[in-house]
Design a protein around this ligand. Structure first.
Ligand SMILES: O=C(O)C1=C[C@@H](OP(=O)(O)O)[C@@H](O)[C@H](O)C1
Ligand SMILES: C=C(OP(=O)(O)O)C(=O)O
Length: 412
């Protein structure tokens, strides 16, 4: 079977971490093939509002001139829809000196951030609120010890780890709960690439002070969450797709979605520098815990009706506080398309069905839009109320998906 390669854009998670680290590092950093999308552009713009120097003129190489954290007397920062910008950047600002007003879109304002703001207060920051928008009065971060509940978002832990080397005394964090755990591995790897000393012993993390040093150039690998839609398209249609640049040593937990497809009967190969999926005649049903890869939950939910048996996705309560309540959004939209669905507080079960056409309410959630576009490959008449909301992480998603289908049709 001809394998069609899809040029999946760079990882949002890696790009936004690299932006933070490069801004705080000594030296100049070049990010090669960063994700160019609303989420990362908002993060870059916010860094420039905070007084850093991020050049995004060349879409294939973003340049950041780092500076030691210092005085930036005043700044108003608006990070739009991206949670990594909204949650990572206050730690960087708090390590500096000035008054910073943080705001974000209505969608992001609804999402929780209080545990992170509480932790930053314990480290020495003065913050006048528990939700976005708020004002941060920064006077450097002492550091020290704290206990953190990252059961709703691992981004709280990442934000504190990233700020750790910028504190005066370093940081010791005891984590009581952790969701989306693989993202912490991405954080630790990148911090070490920028010269930080950070160690993990079970649920205890220790970060030494001392700042960051630029590694010079950093290649950004493709986004495994975005790759899930194209892997699912192959699994759903019995075709073959390859995603180059995403391989077995990737720290991205959402590459685990390929393994879920294999468990459902797809032929999956994860090599050193590419992942390839060929769909079976029909996918088998599955029960799967997606606690640590929940961004791909909508992708699985969207192809689930075509399985030979029920698909039950468990341990996904935190999908209710993403860009929308994704658990509910998947259930409502699948029912609109004629698919029987039952749900609980932290699970969804989808029965085999032949979805009919209908209008999908994306709730301005890029992952709902992309996931149900894949379902639309098999269900004519599915239309999205807001197809352009994919700009958050994959502005050319619809072009990439239609290009994939056209290449399959040409190969017939
Ligand atoms: O750290 C990161 O880059 C991310 C962590 C995850 O969020 P949670 O830890 O809130 O689940 C994930 O949903 C998000 O897309 C990116
Ligand atoms: C939830 C997501 O991102 P964030 O939390 O960074 O907004 C996502 O990309 O699915």
């Amino acid at each position: 079977m001809v394998a069609t390669a899809v040029p999946v854009p760079g990882s949002k998670s890696i790009t936004n971490r690299a932006l933070f680290l490069a801004a705080a590092a000594q030296g100049r950093t070049v990010l090669r093939r960063p994700l160019v999308a609303d989420d990362t552009e908002a993060c870059a713009e916010a860094l420039n509002r905070l007084g850093y120097a991020v050049s995004t003129a060349d879409p294939d190489r973003w340049e950041i001139v780092g500076r030691p954290v210092g005085p930036a007397p005043k700044a108003e920062v608006h990070t739009r829809d991206g949670a990594t910008g909204a949650r990572f950047l206050p730690g960087l600002a708090a390590a500096g000196y000035g008054v910073y007003r943080f705001d974000a879109s209505e969608q992001m304002r609804r999402r929780p951030i209080a545990p992170l703001l509480d932790a930053l207060r314990q480290l020495g920051a003065r913050i006048d609120g528990d939700r976005i928008p708020y004002t941060l009065y920064a006077d450097g971060l002492t550091g020290g010890e704290l206990t953190l509940d990252a059961g709703v978002s691992s981004q709280y832990l990442t934000a504190l780890l990233l700020a750790g080397p910028l504190t005066r005394e370093g940081l010791t964090i005891k984590v009581t709960r952790l969701v989306s755990a693989p993202y912490i591995e991405i954080t630790l790897r990148l911090m070490r690439t920028f010269g930080a000393t950070v160690e993990r012993a079970g649920d205890i993390f220790r970060v030494e002070p001392g700042g960051y040093i630029s590694p010079g150039t950093l290649d950004i690998e493709p986004d495994a969450s975005t790759a899930s839609y194209f892997l699912a398209a192959a699994a759903l249609t019995g075709r073959t797709v390859t995603v180059p640049g995403l391989g077995a040593d990737s720290p991205q937990g959402d590459l685990g979605f390929a393994t879920v497809l294999a468990d459902m009967g797809a032929d999956v190969s994860i090599q050193a520098d590419a992942v390839t999926v060929t769909g079976p005649e029909r996918l088998a049903g599955i029960t799967v815990d997606m606690h640590h890869m929940s961004d791909t939950m909508p992708t699985l939910a969207a192809i689930a009706p075509y399985a030979t048996g029920p698909v039950r996705i468990e341990n996904i309560h935190n999908t209710r506080v993403k860009e929308c309540d994704r658990l509910e959004a998947c259930a409502v939209n699948l029912r609109t398309l004629g698919v029987p669905v039952t749900t609980g507080d932290d699970w969804i079960e989808i029965s085999p069905a032949q979805p009919i056409g209908g209008r999908v309410e994306t709730m301005r959630d890029h992952r709902i839009a992309m996931a149900f576009s894949v379902l639309g490959l098999r269900a004519p008449g599915v239309e999205l109320d807001d197809p352009e909301c994919v700009i958050k992480t994959c502005p050319d998603f619809h072009g990439l998906l239609s290009g994939l289908v056209e290449s399959w049709e040409r190969a017939q």
